[in-house]
Design a protein around this ligand. Structure first.
Ligand SMILES: [Zn+2]
Length: 154
């Protein structure tokens, strides 16, 4: 098959119209979405329309949870309601348990429990952890070791 070049999607873009137009020119066999958590709920409903009306499979990748332990965005809420199937990409916590949560921490290794979900150009550091270690705010020895290393001057 032929893989089309990826294109950035803005929040105001109608993904259903974009895919329908491409599909009219040349059959589209699949739509792949990355960072789906940044879409709008409307765009998620448009993805469902692409699947149901154009009969084109859509695969979307992204984060389910934000660092505060809730569904990342309205898009994820819509996706949880509308998607036919989910597959978890397995990650491990520093303790070996399945990592289902994301912990945000500061330069001292302390968990950050407030602030914006999406931080543009921020100094946030993130680590995937299991729920008990998310609750405890424990970033684990590897992340702590990285923090302890001196930062090279530029
Ligand atoms: Zn753990």
């Amino acid at each position: 098959g032929c893989l089309a070049a990826a294109r950035p999607l803005r929040m105001e873009d109608a993904i259903d119209a974009i895919v329908a137009a491409e599909h009219a020119k040349r059959p589209v066999t699949a739509v792949l979405i990355d960072e789906v958590q940044f879409m709008t709920a409307d765009q998620i409903r448009q993805l469902a329309w692409i699947v149901d009306e154009l009969k084109i499979p859509v695969m979307a990748y992204g984060l389910k949870n934000n660092v505060y332990g809730t569904l990342f965005s309205d898009a994820i809420v819509a996706l949880m309601a509308l998607a036919d199937d989910f597959q978890e990409i397995k990650q491990l916590c520093h303790c070996g348990r399945k990592a289902t949560m994301i912990l945000k921490y500061d330069r001292n290794g302390e968990a950050v429990r407030s602030g914006e979900v999406v931080e543009i150009g921020g100094e946030g550091r993130y680590v995937s952890v299991c729920r008990p270690h998310w609750t405890a705010g424990d970033i684990g020895p590897a992340a702590r070791q990285l923090l302890a290393q001196p930062v090279a001057a530029e």
